[in-house]
Design a protein around this ligand. Sequence first.
Ligand SMILES: *Cc1c(COP(=O)(O)O)cnc(C)c1O
Length: 233
Amino acid sequence: MIVRNLQLVRDRITTACMAAGRQPDSVRLLAVSKTFGVDAVLQAATDGQRSFGENYIAEGVEKITALPSLLPAGVSLEWHCIGPVQSNKTRLVAEHFDWVQSVDRLKIAQRLSEQRPAGLAPLQICIQVNIDGGASKSGVAPADALALAQEVSKLPRLQLRGLMAIPEPAPDFIAACAVHQRVRELFDQINRAGTLPAAMDTLSLGMTADLEAAIQAGSTMVRVGTAIFGGRS
Ligand SMILES: *Cc1c(COP(=O)(O)O)cnc(C)c1O
């Protein structure tokens, strides 16, 4: 089932890229495995999926530490933290994940940088933007995103890669495109300001329900859970 679902999601991404006049390989697929077990991750990995997203730190760390001994030799997975990170969890995150897409405060970024072990590559960072003031209050206000991006990009053990947003569900495709487009414009505006050491290359937008609209707006990474692993209880 997971293998078949993955193919359907890859087909959706390809179709959306073609509709948007984009190359299909310009959008990465992050498989959001939260609430699903090691077996589900293993099935997706066996089918070639390499990047996985987790919301809950303890649950994610459990899978991250269990998987290596179960995978075929030479296969390694890339883990993205996409859920809220409290101060008391930054060490676990810094020690185990490859990416954190949910940075919305400088204090958390500073702790992640300080606690990133020297032997690991810099932690790859997206700043989460609260684009619509939506009920999930996570995310920096759009007006403060550039300042936070500048501060994050100065931290030695972090590498700023881009922006992430979780817009509220939209009533239709046109409305979904419009809200995703606002994140795209903020992304372009920050890059155009030219005050970062390197341009951001990652726009993490789109989930099961709205990945087509996100790709239309320029997403470079869709985060898909339900369409791959099924419904969560
Ligand atoms: C759960 C989650 C997803 C995946 O959502 P689906 O609708 O199941 O595809 C993507 N991004 C974040 C931040 C999530 O928490």
